[in-house]
Design a protein around this ligand. Sequence first.
Ligand SMILES: [Zn+2]
Ligand SMILES: [Zn+2]
Length: 364
Amino acid sequence: MALHAEWLEKMGFRRVGLHATEYVLARSRGAEVHEDMAKIADDLYSLGLVKIYEIGAKPLMIGALGLKGLHDLYKSDPEISLAGMSWLIEAKNWHAYAGTSSGVGIIDLERDLIECNCKACSAKFPNQIAENPDDIAWHDWVMLKEYAEKGKLDEIPVYDMILEKDDCLAVVGDLHIGVPQSLWLPCLRRLMEIHPTHLVLLGDVFDFVEGKPKASHIISFLDFLKDLGARMRYVSGCSDSNAPEFLKTLRRFTFARGPWEPQLYSPHPILVEAIRILTMLRRFSKKRIKVKLANWKVVRFSHGHELGLPMDANPKEMMKKLLENKDLSEIRVIGHCHRSLYRPEEGGARVQRPLSEYTLFFSR
Ligand SMILES: [Zn+2]
Ligand SMILES: [Zn+2]
């Protein structure tokens, strides 16, 4: 390093690049870096800086344009120059920089949507930002500059879905595919007529506890979703998230013809496909989701079993429990119980279980 510094000085360089990636990574909180390695990264970085200043040059930090350690580096010397492509690489991976409740962080736009008013996003719909890595890159760049200057970022609201003016959201609860009384087919046919742009499956789509969903039904259900072409979110319920019963169903498909060797080498394609769909849906599901309607109201969906009320709880008691600690502008919607209830003026609704009759709740 001394030799390099000597020659850089002789050649008259006024700005010297220093690769800071390892240093930044080692110092970022939550990074799994061995303490000794972090110390080495720290020492090398400090030594490099000392040498740069010794020859009267200014540093150019390479690999420093990500959220990690940015503010400290930027503030450490007003004449420091920062370079790097982290912001662009993150954007290509659908990651958006944002303020969070605990500081700054990354929002995965493959899953969530942000409502951002920054210089890069203000003229675009949230769905648009999340569809184009170039737009995310611009947003990340704006956030990065703001973070370098202010040392903090405003918290950005995050939603699972955001509806625009002409969108239509359908909510379907408790299809209970797998029990003989389930009216999932007529319900899906009705959905085809409505043709919503967005769909929330409000839990208990399948019933692994009291029912035995058929592999062919699972596949037709997914085919139907594909044909419907709506953006979909899946809220996990009580009868479709029960782990032992879920595993029992997978086992039923895996060993449909017994634990025999021929089946091991040539499994039944329909059963394999059903297992794949169930596993994917389970991974995709969330306990609760937040949707912003076109009228700016925010709806929080959950299955409802988490409220711990009996299935036949009276509506008053249920409403009280449902609306506990609710924001004024928020509407809460659950499924699960047998009695339906629709009181948007109070801020709550319950979707009826489509066993004896099915109910769809849909809204713009
Ligand atoms: Zn933005
Ligand atoms: Zn339930």
